[in-house]
Write a new protein. Structure first.
Length: 114
């Protein structure tokens, strides 16, 4: 059974940093994975994406502040978030896309507030 487990969320002041982790179990994968977020009252949006060859892409609002990476040995992807803003607040989910199926984690909450 494939599971994705996110961690690393929390409360941080504006300008602060957090690092999110998403660990995959039940599968060894180099398939594309990404981070999404859902702010209160808004639709879930794609934040960052990483491909098999580690190419990355970002939504404009987080470029130069967020960095997505993956550790193949640990079957884990990360999202380093710097210079956080209140508008980054939301639940962050990781997603894995395989040939057979798509998988979502349960989410980790990030709150940026003073």
């Amino acid at each position: 059974q494939v599971q994705l487990v996110e961690s690393g969320g929390g409360l941080v002041q504006p300008g602060g940093s957090l690092r999110l982790s998403c660990a995959a179990s039940g599968i060894y994968t180099t398939d594309p994975m990404g981070w999404y977020r859902q702010a209160p009252g808004k639709q879930r949006e794609l934040v960052a994406w990483i491909t098999r060859d580690r190419s990355t892409s970002y939504v404009d609002s987080v470029k130069d502040r967020f960095t997505i990476s993956r550790d193949g040995a640990k079957n884990t992807i990360y999202l380093q978030m710097n210079s956080l803003k209140p508008e980054d607040t939301g639940v962050y989910y990781c997603k894995l896309i395989t040939v057979k199926n798509d998988y979502w984690g349960q989410g980790t909450r990030v709150t940026v507030s003073s």
